[in-house]
Design a protein around this ligand. Structure first.
Ligand code: ATP
Length: 236
């Protein structure tokens, strides 16, 4: 079976700044995979390349065997992204926003509402379906962004720091939802600054620093090895 994600010598430079300096990485299908690294390590750039927002300057990136540039549509259709920055239409009820998103991805109008309702229930904010994004609490906003990522029923769910700045209770609730999705077969790629989050959730973790993969191992193994300063830095 194709890996969910296969990166070979992936490079990205922004002018003189090298954000990715030749990343090799395989994310097995069905796994819960963590991408850890300090600020500026290149995590957001890597995700941007996968979803077609950033153009790589070298190497290869494949999603379930589809090259992210030459087979853009096929690769993109398999990915659901919950980004770090919310970029949501704030003035419409959230159910409508999801219906639009479904339509954009080719889901027929008569299915779009059902699909929107399904994902709102999935993340536990169905009762807020007629509320504007602006009026949701911070935690509900997080849930909504997850719902939006799920609208196409993706095989690879990319979560860019999904619990940054949320309280402990909400963090645990979000974890539960994400673990459940993974157990039902969705591959999850999670970026985080919280080593505890990686320890709790991930089968395998890659440590990215200055655009390079320093190590790939289970969280337990990384902690045992005390892998490097990056982990120590993430702990503090
Ligand atoms: P964070 O955890 O802070 O979000 P990150 O690991 O996601 O960091 P990136 O945002 O991918 O890291 O940044 C990697 C490097 O590329 C950094 O040095 C950053 O300053 C640089 N960079 C990112 N985007 C651009 C851009 N559009 N133009 C120039 N440099 C950029």
């Amino acid at each position: 079976m194709d890996a969910a994600l296969e990166l070979r010598g992936l490079q990205k430079s922004y002018g003189d700044v090298q954000a990715l300096g030749g990343v090799d990485l395989t994310v097995p299908s069905g796994s819960f995979f963590g991408l850890l690294g300090p600020n500026g390590a290149g995590k957001t750039t890597l995700i941007g390349i996968l979803v077609g927002l950033v153009r790589k300057t070298g190497g290869e990136a494949r999603v379930f065997g589809h090259d992210v540039e030459t087979d853009y549509r096929e690769a993109r259709d398999r990915i659901g992204l919950a980004p770090q920055e919310f970029n949501v239409d704030r003035f419409f009820p959230i159910r409508e926003v999801l219906e639009h998103k479904a339509g954009y991805h080719g889901i027929p109008t008569d299915r779009a509402r059902d699909r929107a309702d399904e994902v709102l229930k999935r993340v536990g904010i169905y009762d807020k379906r007629d509320t504007r994004f602006d009026w949701l609490s911070g935690g509900m906003k997080r849930r909504f962004v997850l719902a939006r990522a799920l609208i196409t029923d993706p095989d690879l769910l990319i979560l860019d720091e999904p619990t940054a700045g949320v309280d402990v209770q909400l963090r645990h609730e979000l974890w539960e939802t994400i673990v459940d999705l993974n157990q039902q077969g969705t591959t999850v790629l999670l970026t985080t600054h919280y080593i505890e989050e990686a320890e709790r959730l991930c089968d395998e973790v890659a440590i990215l620093d200055s655009g390079r993969v320093l190590d790939v191992a289970s969280p337990e193994e990384l902690m045992r090895r005390g892998t490097d300063d990056v982990v120590v830095e993430l702990r503090t």
